[in-house]
Design a protein around this ligand. Sequence first.
Ligand SMILES: [Zn+2]
Length: 256
Amino acid sequence: MPDYLIPGLFGFLLGTIVGSFLNVCIYRLPRDESIVFPGSHCPKCNAPIKWYDNIPLISYLLLGGKCRNCGEKISPVYPLVELLSGLLTSFIFIKFGLSFDSLYYSILTWFLIVISIIDIKELKVPVKPCYLIMVIGIIFSPFTSTVSLIDSILGASLGAGIILFIIETYYILRNKEGMGYGDANIMAVIGAFLGWKKVFFVIFFSSLIGAIIGIIFIITGDKDGESPLPFGPFLAIGGYLTIFLGNILLKFYLGG
Ligand SMILES: [Zn+2]
């Protein structure tokens, strides 16, 4: 049996279960509702969702994507978020094994999934969850094998600072907003989890992916290149890639 199988499966199961909760966060955080009470209910008929209808991925398939009570279609985004969370968490556990580091980077990954989808749907980033997860990243950093406390604090500061610098520079040159302040909040969280040195890789990856997607949108005529794209998802992809590539790139740059 290959030794990545157990961590990979564990990560997938954990990721899909947490993914179910991430759906609650995605729906309720922009509405400023509690993410704990009341329990899940159908947005159409308000019927509470029974535990056996709330099993990640499986329930959606068994119910045929419809509410058991009123037959209202359930958005495929729900199972997709569970699947995405399962896969991304699984890769983390394969890379870091059954360790605290895996849990640490999973928390960042779950945050990035929630904040990306909220940013795409609402074109804004809620501040409170960013702040809370950033503090968690800083507090738990000393227990990881890769980030120190000071590294984490500097990472949060530098991450937010660079984005603010970009926002203000753009504003002075073009007299309008390019990126949003929400992006500074997201980057503060990513910096807190990855440390200050890797902030540069995250910015590099996100800009590259953002530029490619932006060009695709302009070519296909979906955007005129003037209206802003939500940048949160690009920061999220950059952050997730850097979890895996950060140490290799650091070694490369430091000539080690
Ligand atoms: Zn219903």
